[in-house]
Ligand binder design. Structure first.
Ligand code: WTA
Length: 646
């Protein structure tokens, strides 16, 4: 905790949107006079009908519900496009660089507006109406952002499924929300290799009766099967379609999008975000956390399949009239200097990425970074997982030349946008700390019994009151929403994260305290990997935990008990890895599979995951009390045979 402090650079304190005094005053105001604060700050978006109520949320069981700006009306695409046309019509809205560095596009606000209107008209012509669900399974190309915005223009609810998920995972997400239309591309591209997106959609749709139409964007141009009557080429449908489409006035609480995310139990849940509060939160956090100024180029490296891509590739930046950079490729293709070359090529001012990418690049040496000038960079950001201090210092010293503050933004799919972060003009930096709460956020640390911990403390992180960007429900399962987030510590939103508050009042996220693991900044429920494993005919039982991994942050460590008579050998290991990749997708690839004749269980049959975690972490000297196990001897056998990620 005695980390060096990096003071706010003087020029930042002088010209940032918020300085230290401003932060303190505004955060205090946001809690003391929430209605007044949000009445003013919510004007960051344009309302078609002004709201007269602000926060009507309640975290208690009686009267439970989340509701903000409840009688206001607005349209997200109008906020992201139409209102900028008069002043920013010719300004680039999207700068795009493909997998191949020579493949680029620049799309002005005027062009994006026209394309979104056309796309919206195509959706309408295919029968999509307000409230219908549209699933996107797309590569990182501008048409993905156009499709998102087109949905918002007509009030359709988009559900983006990351292009790395398997057909099975895609099908489950389509079935859960009964999408009627899917938007995809012929293929994706990654390091020059193609990804069969359309073929995956075809495989998924053998099991999705709700889907009536598939719109296919041509990306690689390689031949793909098209099912007559169901599949439509985007470039053909676009011919002759009007670029005029009146934005649908939406109630602030109308659903904007669904995004499936992993929890500690069961299948991924459809996180529901609504129109008004989400957009206010995305825009406001983008403005203050990144200190965004007109004319700057903002680059968030996240894929739109994750919440970071929703809030900080598309909605936050475009609502603020920013120029957002969209990148299809990966950091190590054609070489390890790709990120920094892009910064130079496009004059990136604000760069936002995940610690896992930084750790992977850091070990390749500084020369890949220093061959680029990086003179345009002003601010750096980190998101998705705790950033270790070595990676932080490297980011600061090598990438930012000691010149650029780093904002370590802590948030979740559920929170819509950043909950905690330093503000670059206001907060001295401590490497590895997400620092201070955003406006309107009231963090509370509690112990296991729910007792509130004051001052310097280490506990479970809850948020005491609602904020506009908070998720509203789990799609089709409001009871699960309440049960998952509001019953562990009644009256509070429980994040699932552990957290420490130091004597300067800085917050340090220590990682998940539930059965969610964070692999390369991607959220994975251990239960999902377990159910994929036990679906294999040779597997009797599986228990999955996280293990430390030098690049990914956490790796996936699976203990597998085979059916009687089956042999656990390397061939079966490889087969199981392939199986999980097929069931869920490559992001769920187990790093270690340890065949375990027995798992540590209590006498009532509950698997003691605490012990499995310790073994996976190689902390075998601190296993704790194992005397309550039905068969304590299994532990020694597991320790003996433990594996390590390669
Ligand atoms: C973790 C991603 C530490 C945390 C936006 C959270 C972080 C989970 C940080 C949400 C950070 C995210 N420092 N941990 N700056 N950012 N996390 O839903 O455990 O994909 O609960 O949202 O990532 O992951 P999700």
């Amino acid at each position: 905790m005695n980390q060096p402090l990096y003071a706010v650079p003087a020029e930042w304190a002088a010209r940032a949107h918020v300085d230290a005094k401003g932060y303190g005053a505004r955060h205090a105001e946001s809690l003391a006079d929430s209605a007044g604060f949000w009445q003013r700050e919510a004007q960051i978006v344009d309302w078609m009908t002004p709201f007269t109520t602000v926060d009507e949320s309640c975290f208690d069981e009686a009267g439970f519900g989340i509701r903000w700006f409840g009688d206001g009306e607005l349209n997200v695409s109008a906020n992201c496009l139409d209102r900028h046309l008069a002043t920013l019509g010719d300004t680039p809205a999207i700068l795009w660089e493909g997998d191949d560095p020579a493949d680029t596009r620049t799309i002005s606000y005027r062009e994006l507006h026209a394309d979104v209107c056309r796309f919206a008209n195509i959706l309408k012509a295919q029968g999509v109406r307000k409230g219908d669900r549209v699933t996107l399974y797309m590569p990182m190309i501008p048409e993905a952002a156009m499709a998102m915005l087109a949905c918002t223009r007509i009030g359709a609810i988009h559900s983006i499924v990351f292009g790395g998920f398997s057909p099975e995972a895609l099908a489950g997400r389509i079935q859960d929300c009964d999408s009627t239309l899917v938007i995809t591309a012929d293929e994706g591209l990654r390091c020059g290799k193609t990804i069969p997106l359309k073929a995956n959609v075809d495989a998924a749709l053998t099991n999705c009766p709700s889907v009536e139409r598939v719109i296919v964007v041509r990306r690689t141009g390689n031949p793909v099967a098209m099912q007559p009557g169901r599949d439509i080429w985007y470039h053909e449908a676009r011919d002759g379609v009007s670029d005029d489409c009146v934005p649908e006035p939406m109630n602030a609480e109308d659903p904007l999008f669904l995004l499936y995310t992993s929890g500690s139990t069961g299948k991924p849940k459809g996180v529901v975000h609504t129109t008004g509060g989400y957009l206010v939160w995305a825009a406001m956090t983008h403005k203050y956390v990144f200190d965004y100024r007109p004319g700057e180029v903002f680059w968030c490296t996240a894929d739109i399949g994750w919440v970071t891509g929703h809030s900080y590739v598309v909605y936050g930046p475009l609502a603020n009239g920013a120029t957002t950079l969209m990148f299809e490729g990966v950091p190590n293709h054609p070489d390890f200097g790709r990120f920094w070359d892009i910064c130079d090529r496009w004059g990136v001012n604000i760069f936002y990425t995940a610690p896992t990418a930084l750790r992977a690049l850091m070990r390749e040496g500084d020369a890949w970074v220093t061959r680029a000038s990086r003179q345009s960079l002003r601010l750096l950001g980190s998101v998705g997982e705790p950033i270790n201090s070595e990676a932080w210092e490297w980011y600061h010293r090598v990438v930012g030349d000691h010149r650029c503050p780093i904002v370590d933004t802590y948030w979740q799919t559920e929170t819509g946008g950043t909950l905690m972060s330093p503000l670059p003009g206001a907060t001295a930096l401590k490497p590895g700390s997400a620092a201070v709460p955003m406006f309107g956020i009231e963090p509370v640390l509690v112990d296991a019994e729910g007792q509130v911990l004051e001052g310097v403390a280490d506990g479970n992180l809850c948020i005491a009151r609602s904020w506009p960007g908070q998720m509203r429900t789990v799609w089709n399962d409001h009871a699960r929403f309440f049960q998952t987030y509001f019953t562990t510590y009644p009256g509070r939103y429980f994040t699932g994260d552990g957290c420490r508050r130091d004597d300067d009042g800085y917050y340090w996220i220590t990682g998940r305290v539930d059965d969610v693991i964070n692999v390369s900044g991607h959220r994975m429920g251990t239960a999902e990997v377990e159910s994929a494993l036990v679906a294999h005919p040779k597997v009797a039982e599986a228990a999955v935990v996280g293990c430390p991994h030098p690049i990914k942050g956490q790796g996936i460590y699976a203990y597998v008990t085979l059916n009687a008579g089956e042999d656990g050998d390397d061939a079966l290991r490889a087969e199981l890895v392939k199986w999980v990749r097929r069931e869920i997708g490559p992001i769920a690839t187990p790093d270690v599979i340890q065949f375990a004749p027995g798992l540590p269980k209590t006498r009532s049959g509950k698997i003691m995951r605490r012990i499995l975690r310790k073994i996976a972490e190689n902390e075998v000297d601190s296993l704790g009390d194992i005397s309550t196990l039905a068969d304590p001897s299994v532990v020694a056998a597991l320790v003996e045979a433990r594996g390590a990620p390669s």
